[in-house]
Design a protein around this ligand. Structure first.
Ligand SMILES: Cc1ncc(COP(=O)(O)O)c(C=O)c1O
Length: 365
């Protein structure tokens, strides 16, 4: 029997995550491989989070607090907002899905930078809405002016990613203010700040500061990157209450598990781990950039824990050859950059291993 599938669901390409280490080791019979493909924290999880999760296991027979009272209150206090402004998600992906599910309907348009995080397109299409893609500018930054030019009477949402994945660029406060001023007030602005902790540019815009703007600005944050909790699945959105109440209508009742809530609360107090992570990333970037300079390889500056490298040949081939060396990188072919790969900073030994393997692959040995 042929299933009757909505055309807009038929049009979706499933999300392709970075290749898992276990899969590489199974397929290639390799041991001790490393992964620099998913912008994860190479230090592991925050130790305080692990401790809290262990303690939380005693209560696994209970459903979690659906509203996430403790974590929401802690985040609200830290960010200087009200609890009603914070919605927890099973990763920040979940907030993106709730936003599109609650606020878009078939025929609506959402403006997306391209390339950027792939889940925007997937969730917009899932709602039957139309993604309107706006290419990055020549410096691989989000082209906010061009995004404004693409607004129509059907535009309901605009996605921004700051820093942008996969290019690592940020937009400034001034650019963001001009963007908001040029946008019709009914358009919901989503600012995805999954990597905001890594940003050093003081002029980088932060969505939270625009919570009281004359339109809905949603800021997305996650514990998956700087806090090292990607496997736990916990993220959040900060938005005006008139919007958060609709997200709660479509939110699955226990979308943030009890362990995720406990781990995140503890991670927020683990300032030592956070600082260690940020230091590791900055030192790692210095080493990687210096090594790539030595090899005469072009790369792109970044405000995040990942960056693009121009391999000046087919990126899928380089991805494959690096796999054979036990190093997982991300080919940017599916993001529209057939000659670029993206890597994230690893531990010092992993960064060195990457450079050794990369040198070998480039030399065709
Ligand atoms: C820009 C961006 N936003 C959101 C996410 C999703 O993160 P989470 O693990 O919180 O769902 C990612 C993950 O890679 C990302 O790169």
């Amino acid at each position: 029997m042929k299933l009757s599938v909505p055309e807009y669901i038929e049009s979706i390409d499933p999300y392709k995550p970075g290749k898992p280490l276990e899969e590489l080791e199974r397929e290639y019979g390799i041991r001790d491989s490393i992964k620099l493909a998913s912008n994860e924290n190479p230090l592991g999880p925050s130790p305080k989070a692990v401790e809290a999760i262990r303690a939380g296991m005693e209560s696994l027979h209970r459903y979690p607090d659906g509203q996430g009272y403790g974590l929401v209150a802690k985040l609200a206090e830290k960010l200087g907002v009200a609890s009603e402004n914070v919605v927890l998600g099973n990763g920040s992906d979940d907030i993106i899905a709730m936003l599109t599910r609650a606020m878009l309907q078939p025929g609506d348009e959402a403006i997306l930078p391209q390339p950027s995080f792939l889940m925007y397109e997937i969730t917009v299409r899932s709602a039957g809405a139309v993604p309107v893609f706006v290419p990055l500018d020549d410096s691989l930054a989000i082209d906010l002016d061009e995004m404004l030019r693409r607004v129509t009477s059907r535009t309901r949402m605009a996605f921004l990613c700051n820093p942008n994945n996969p290019t690592g660029t940020v937009f400034s406060k001034k650019q963001f203010r001009a963007f908001l001023a040029g946008l019709p007030p009914e358009v919901i602005v989503v600012v995805d700040e999954a990597y905001i902790e890594f940003v050093r540019d003081r002029d980088c815009a932060r969505g939270i500061n625009y919570l009281d703007a004359d339109r809905a600005v949603v800021t997305l944050r996650t514990f998956s990157k700087a806090y090292g909790l990607a496997g736990l699945r916990i993220g959040y959105g900060v938005m005006r209450e008139t919007l958060s109440k609709y997200l709660h209508r479509v939110r699955l009742p226990f979308n943030a598990s009890s362990l995720a809530q406990a781990g995140a609360i503890a991670a927020l107090d683990d300032e030592v781990f956070l600082q260690k992570t940020l230091h590791l990333v900055q030192e790692g970037l210095k080493y990687l950039f210096k090594s790539l300079d030595r090899l005469g390889i072009r790369y792109f500056p970044t405000q995040s824990n990942f960056f693009l490298i121009d391999v000046a040949r087919n990126a899928d081939d380089v991805f494959e050859l690096m796999l054979r060396e036990g190093v997982i990188v991300r080919s940017m072919t599916s993001y529209g950059y057939p000659n670029y790969i993206r890597i994230n900073v690893g531990l010092p030994g992993e960064n060195e291993r990457f450079i050794r393997a990369f040198e070998k692959v480039l030399a065709g040995k």
